[in-house]
Design a protein around this ligand. Structure first.
Ligand code: THU
Length: 160
């Protein structure tokens, strides 16, 4: 029997955090506030930092035909890639709020978003630090690959 194990290296940081993480958290939260989420009222914001120093933000976009919407992580990564296709992503920060305020616990990206983050990691051959901000605590995961063992990757298409 083959066994695949995965390790998730999570460092849990309490506030205060360093300046970069603080900036990314603030920008992700600002983006969450602009989310178009009238159906779930669950507003998610993401901020990605690129190797050239640019910070790109985005948020979830819902639709009355529910499956037509898209998560904040994919909106943000696709937009970043459309503007800077050849620049590596170094960090992806995620946070969410409802009408009751910022969520107490960090949220993790859904499976489809993990797939998209991992594709970028594979193409750029450099890990993306995943930062998940809750109200008073932030989880930092060193690579998206840890979040999805046995992911389908570009090389999977060339498996002869
Ligand atoms: N959502 C995200 O944007 N990111 C996540 O990581 C989880 C879920 C969105 C999808 C939908 O608009 C709303 O949150 C409720 O699921």
């Amino acid at each position: 029997m083959k066994q695949v194990t995965t390790t998730v290296n999570i460092s849990a940081e309490s506030q205060p955090i360093d300046a970069l993480h603080q900036t990314l958290r603030d920008k992700a939260l600002e983006a969450a506030r602009r989310a178009y989420a009238p159906y779930s009222k669950f507003r998610v914001g993401a901020a990605v930092r690129l190797a050239n120093g640019e910070i790109i933000t985005g948020n979830n976009q819902e639709n009355s035909a529910y499956p037509s919407g898209l998560c904040a992580e994919r909106v943000t990564l696709f937009y970043a890639n459309s503007r800077f296709p050849d620049v590596a992503v170094t960090h992806l920060m995620i946070c969410a709020e409802t009408d009751e305020g910022v969520l107490k616990n960090p949220i993790t990206p859904c499976g489809a978003c993990r797939q998209v983050i991992i594709e970028k990691e594979n193409v750029q051959r450099q890990p993306i630090e995943i930062c998940l901000a809750g109200r008073d605590e932030m989880f930092i995961i060193s690579s998206a690959a840890q979040l999805m063992p046995l992911a389908f990757v570009p090389e999977s298409l060339d498996n002869k």
